[in-house]
Design a protein around this ligand. Structure first.
Ligand code: CA
Length: 258
């Protein structure tokens, strides 16, 4: 199996963008745990950054310090253990945000999206998401979105009511149908992927994908002359050059041959 051994490079970057006066996105990169998370918060009275911060802190704490047999939301036999760790972490984040809202009713409207990945050393990766923050995989010259947006416009695309380009410019494109902190416990989507040498996994908030086309994102991820730090800077710069209408967060995880 030595041919499959990979070395993983991690980097993340967030930027307020050109129009907003504060940043409600939060991310974490924990190479030692193989964990990356991006959360895009929403809600008045500074609630957005409170919600995204609680989510990132809760998920990081759970993944890095989980005790054996500690499954606050039980084991789902349909998932591998690593995937179920991400699902439990996300549901715990949802619970913590709800508890904070109960204590502080001024934050009642807060919530957050969440996209996270847990990668083991052979490149096997689990990706979890709630809301419209995305994960993409760059493999063999092709960029593929591995998450499905939990948004009103994406539901219309799935039903054949809207085209992808109509969805991208639709006035309701920011309406999400699942969030952490919502009154109902949100289902957490889980996808398993395998990272091979040369692959890039990108996690991002909609401040990137709302401003930069998949083709332009792919061109940056596919530039093997760039370091992961440079890739993150180029992605953020591209979103700002296109108008920077929202907070922009990108996390890049690149697999190299060991
Ligand atoms: Ca956003």
């Amino acid at each position: 199996m030595t041919s499959e051994e990979i070395h993983l490079q991690f980097h993340g970057l967030t930027d307020v963008g050109k129009l907003r006066d504060h940043n409600e996105d939060t991310f974490v990169v924990k190479p030692e745990a193989g964990l990356v998370v991006v959360c895009d918060g929403m809600g008045g009275h500074a609630g957005g950054e409170v919600a995204s911060g609680i989510a990132v802190d809760t998920i990081t704490e759970f993944i890095c310090n989980q005790k054996e047999g500690d499954w606050p939301f039980g084991r789902d036999d349909g998932h591998s253990e690593a995937g179920d760790r991400l699902r439990n972490a996300a549901l715990l984040a949802n619970q913590r945000i709800s508890e904070r809202i109960e204590k502080e009713p001024a934050l009642a409207r807060m919530g957050t999206t969440m996209v996270s990945a847990l990668v083991v050393p052979d490149g096997t990766s689990w990706v979890a998401n709630v809301g419209d923050s995305r994960a993409y995989l760059w493999h063999d010259g092709i960029l593929r979105q591995v998450t499905s947006d939990h948004s009103w416009v994406n539901e219309q695309v799935q039903r054949g009511v809207l085209s992808n380009s109509e969805a991208a410019s639709h006035p309701l494109k920011n309406v999400i149908t699942r969030a952490l902190g919502a009154r109902d416990v949100p289902p957490v989507d889980l996808v398993k992927e395998r990272l091979r040498p040369g692959d890039c996994l990108l996690l991002c908030s909609d401040g990137l994908t709302g401003m930069v086309s998949d083709a332009d994102i792919g061109a940056i991820l596919g530039d093997y002359g760039l370091t992961v730090e440079e890739i993150c800077k180029r992605l953020v710069a591209a979103a700002n050059q296109a108008g920077g209408e929202d907070n922009i967060t990108v996390v890049v995880l690149r697999a190299r041959a060991a």
